[in-house]
Design a protein around this ligand. Structure first.
Ligand code: IPE
Ligand code: MG
Length: 217
C-alpha cells in the first residue's frame, strides 16, 4: 500500500491525511477482494524499515491501525473474514498488541477470506527466523511469519520493487505495479489487475501444457 504520503503532499496536505485516506481505501480493498472471491489477502501496512520515519508519523500509523481494528471487527465477523497480523510484536505499543490479539481471537473462525496485515514486518527477518526454527530438524520452512505461496503481488505508488515483502512466498508470484497512489486505488483498478492476472500463463518452469503433451506422446 504505497503512496499515501505523496497523495497528501500532492494536494498540499500533511502526510497523515494520506494515511487516513489510505486506511479508508484499505477497507474498500478488503471488502472488494472478499466479494471477488480472493481467499487470502495480505496488506503491507508497516515495514520494519518504516521505523526510520519520524516518531510522530510512526505513532500516528499505529493509532490509526488500532482504531480501525476495533471499528472493523464487527464487519470482519459478519463477512467471515479471519484476521491475522504478521511481523514482530515485541516493538509494538502494548495497547495495539492487545487489540491485535483480541481481533485475531474473535475472527479465528472466519472461513471466507484470510486477511493478513503485515506490521513491523520484514520478509528477510521472517526467513531468518524460520530457518532458525527449522535448524537441525530438516523440516520444510515453516513459521507463523512464512505464508503459503503467493499468486499475485500488487504494489501501488509507482515504484517497481518488493521492499522486503513476501520474498520467499513470491517465488512464482505474478507482479503488478500501478502508478496510482494507494488512496486513489479503485475497484476498477483492481478489476484491471485481476483481468491481467487471469491472462497470464503460469508455467512454474514447465513448458505450456499442449507442448508438454506432445513431447510425452
Ligand atoms: C503508505 O505510503 C505506506 C506506509 C508505510 C503506511 P507511504 O507512507 O510510503 O507514502 P509515500 O511513499 O511516502 O508516498
Ligand atoms: Mg512509500
Amino acid at each position: 500500500m504505497d503512496g499515501n504520503g505523496r497523495w497528501a503532499t500532492g494536494k498540499g496536505r500533511p502526510r497523515w491525511m494520506g494515511h487516513v485516506r489510505g486506511a479508508h481505501t484499505a477497507r474498500e480493498v478488503v471488502s472488494y477482494c472478499a466479494q471477488r472471491g480472493v481467499e487470502q489477502l495480505t496488506l503491507y501496512a508497516f515495514s520494519s524499515d518504516n521505523w526510520k520515519r519520524p516518531a510522530d508519523e510512526v505513532g500516528f500509523l499505529f493509532d490509526l491501525f488500532a482504531s480501525h481494528l476495533e471499528r472493523q471487527l464487527a464487519k470482519l465477523l459478519k463477512h467471515g473474514i479471519r484476521l491475522s497480523v504478521i511481523g514482530r510484536r515485541d516493538r509494538l505499543p502494548r495497547a495495539l498488541c492487545d487489540a491485535i490479539a483480541a481481533a485475531e481471537a474473535r475472527t479465528a473462525d472466519g472461513r471466507r477470506m484470510h486477511l493478513r496485515v503485515a506490521v513491523d514486518y520484514s520478509s528477510r527477518a521472517a526467513i531468518h527466523e524460520a530457518f532458525a526454527m527449522a535448524e537441525g530438524r530438516g523440516d520444510a520452512l515453516s513459521s507463523p511469519n512464512i505464508l503459503p505461496p503467493v499468486d499475485l503481488v500488487l504494489r501501488t505508488g509507482g515504484e517497481r520493487r518488493l521492499s522486503d515483502f513476501l520474498l520467499w512466498e513470491s517465488a512464482y508470484a505474478e507482479l503488478a505495479f500501478l502508478d496510482v497512489n494507494f488512496p486513489d486505488l479503485s475497484t476498477a483498478d483492481l478489476d484491471g489487475v485481476f483481468a491481467d492476472y487471469a491472462k497470464r500463463e503460469r508455467r512454474y518452469g514447465d513448458v505450456p501444457a499442449p507442448a508438454n503433451a506432445k513431447v510425452s506422446a
